[in-house]
Design a protein around this ligand. Structure first.
Ligand code: HMG
Ligand code: MG
Length: 295
């Protein structure tokens, strides 16, 4: 049973830009976020409160948040640790995404800790965030494959998801970090997660390294998933995951869903304007089919 409506979580300002080598001017990022909201995107990752030494592009997180929060939208920021969450507390942002990799090796490269140590650090932080009334999103990296460890067993992904659900997370965003999952794997894992966690928001996050993001999204739809992380222009990639290309492009996903009669409430013409605005400041080319046909 396909959903009638899908929620798109726009990750362009965060995942999309974090890997860009040249610093995108803060004002351009702010305008990009405004245009994306204007296009109807109601849930968005704005930026991350990570170490600016590790990810210089996100060094302007506080400024971005100060300018970008709006009512009736879910404006999310990433935070990897205590220091990051304390930085969030000095803003008015009310939704935090924590992130951990199923793969130990990847997690070590990304946040300099083993997966178990990360969970141990983040669990009490989630309790605290929930007590304070925050929305908590848990991003699960390398849920299918790891650039260092290869195939990840669904049981291992399930175990990490359980830890976050038990800690009180509102949402699981389950990621194919290096774009290596195939549709049958997408269907199998998301069917399993839907069955295990019927009362948790479950979101699929596909990178498009091997051009399988759209088919993986279709398979996840068939498994009952109605929330997808996508990035305008298909920008993105994790700096600590070699081989991670951009995310599924918002415009290609919205186009497919439109054609299937599934509502997203995203205005494609305005979305193109948002991409046009950021394009002069990024080094990679925009490869999404919809953008190439309509820009
Ligand atoms: P570390 O070096 O082990 O941490 O890094 P540390 O505690 O030793 O701190 C080192 C320095 O960073 C210190 O500064 C800290 O104060 C500072 P110094 O004293 O040397 O001047 N610091 C911070 N500054 C600002 N904000 C903070 C913060 N924490 C420490 N929060 C750390 C550990 C977690 C900080 C680092 O590894 C890090 O920032 N990692 C983030 C990596 C990242 O952003 N990756 C991309 C996002 S995840 C992703 O893209 C995947 C996803 O899209 C899903 C998918 O596709 O798989 C979500
Ligand atoms: Mg990602």
């Amino acid at each position: 049973q396909m959903p009638n409506e899908v929620t798109i979580i726009e990750v362009g300002p965060r995942d999309g830009l974090q890997n860009e080598k040249a610093f995108v001017p803060t004002d351009v990022k702010k305008q990009f976020i405004k245009k994306l909201k204007d296009a109807g995107l109601r849930e968005m990752e704005l930026t991350s409160f990570v170490s600016p030494k590790w990810v210089p592009q996100m060094g302007d997180a506080a400024e971005i948040v100060a300018d970008s929060l709006t009512e009736d939208t879910r404006d999310i920021v990433l935070a990897p640790n205590r220091k990051g969450v304390n930085r969030v507390y000095s803003t008015n942002c009310r939704a935090v995404a924590v992130f951990v990799g199923v793969s130990n090796t990847f997690n070590k490269k990304n946040i300099n800790k083993s997966t178990a140590d990360s969970v141990a650090e983040i669990t009490p932080i989630i309790h605290e965030l929930k007590e304070k009334g925050y929305f908590v999103r848990a991003c699960i990296s390398t849920a299918f494959y790891c650039p260092y460890e290869g195939k990840i067993e669904p049981e291992a992904t399930l175990k990490l998801c359980k830890a976050f659900v038990e800690a009180g997370a509102d949402e699981l965003s389950v990621a194919d970090t290096i774009g290596m999952a195939a549709p049958h794997e997408s269907f199998a894992l998301f069917s399993l997660l839907k069955k295990e966690f019927p009362h948790i928001l479950i979101t699929a996050h596909f990178h498009d390294t091997r051009k399988m993001a759209l088919t993986n999204i279709y398979a996840a739809l068939q498994a009952g998933i109605d929330r997808f992380d996508t990035s305008a222009g298909g920008l993105g990639g994790c700096p600590f995951a070699p081989g991670a290309a951009g995310n599924a492009a918002t415009e290609d996903v919205v186009y497919m869903l439109d054609r299937m009669g599934i509502r997203t409430n995203v205005d494609l013409a305005k979305l193109i304007e948002a991409i046009d605005l950021v394009k002069p400041h990024i080094t990679r080319s925009i490869e999404s089919s919809y953008y190439q046909l309509h820009s």
